[in-house]
Ligand binder design. Structure first.
Ligand SMILES: CC(C)(COP(=O)(O)OP(=O)(O)OC[C@H]1O[C@@H](n2cnc3c(N)ncnc32)[C@H](O)[C@@H]1OP(=O)(O)O)[C@@H](O)C(=O)NCCC(=O)NCCS
Length: 164
């Protein structure tokens, strides 16, 4: 008799755990954001998001594996962006979960949330190492690279929301 294969093999279970991406509270997203972005502790000038910030979490099996925060904060750069402009902060995916679309799912949900609040454009201080991630989702890089103290090279990015 041929050996059985795949998930029906006795003693083996195929676990497909659905990814849930939803609005969240600060205390749900903060631990992952700090673990990924501040592994050596906070930096001078770090501050908590304001009370009216919005948060997005991606959860698998109840654990937060991705997160982002939206803050009502005006675009600090030159040129015109569609108003009101909000800032995307602390976009993270747990290291073991990267490269499988979790980041894009969180970013898409953040954009949906912003659109639902009437936000005209989003901007961020993006790590240069992550620029391609944002560009693949339609974000525009603006200005020269600069060094954020204690972290490294950054560029400003923004994205218009809605139809041009
Ligand atoms: C940047 C980050 C959020 C991306 O999350 P992710 O779940 O790995 O991204 P996804 O799998 O959804 O990738 C979506 C697309 O972006 C691309 N991409 C992802 N990370 C990238 C990177 N660092 N550079 C260039 N492209 C990238 C993917 O290849 C994919 O492209 P595709 O359209 O060809 O499929 C994640 O790597 C991370 O948390 N990094 C550490 C923290 C960080 O730098 N955050 C950003 C702060 S500005």
């Amino acid at each position: 008799m041929a050996p059985s294969t795949g998930p029906s093999r006795p003693g083996h279970t195929l676990a497909i755990v659905e990814l849930v991406v939803r609005g969240a509270e600060l205390d749900e997203v903060r631990p992952l954001q700090l673990a990924v972005l501040r592994p050596n502790g906070p930096l001078p000038g770090d501050r908590l998001p304001p009370a009216d910030a919005l948060h997005v979490a991606a959860l698998r099996d109840g654990s937060v594996i991705g997160a982002a925060t939206l803050v009502p904060e005006a675009w600090p750069g030159h040129g015109v962006v569609r108003q009101p402009s909000w800032r995307l902060r602390s976009m993270v995916v747990a290291e073991a979960e990267r490269g499988s679309g979790v980041g894009r799912a969180v970013l898409d949900r953040a954009v949906e949330l912003a659109v639902s609040r009437g936000v005209g454009s989003l901007w961020a201080e993006a790590r240069s190492s992550a620029l391609g991630f944002y560009q693949r989702s339609g974000w525009t890089v603006d200005g020269d690279e600069w060094i954020k103290a204690g972290i490294g090279p950054h560029r400003y990015i923004h994205r218009y929301l809605g139809s041009p």
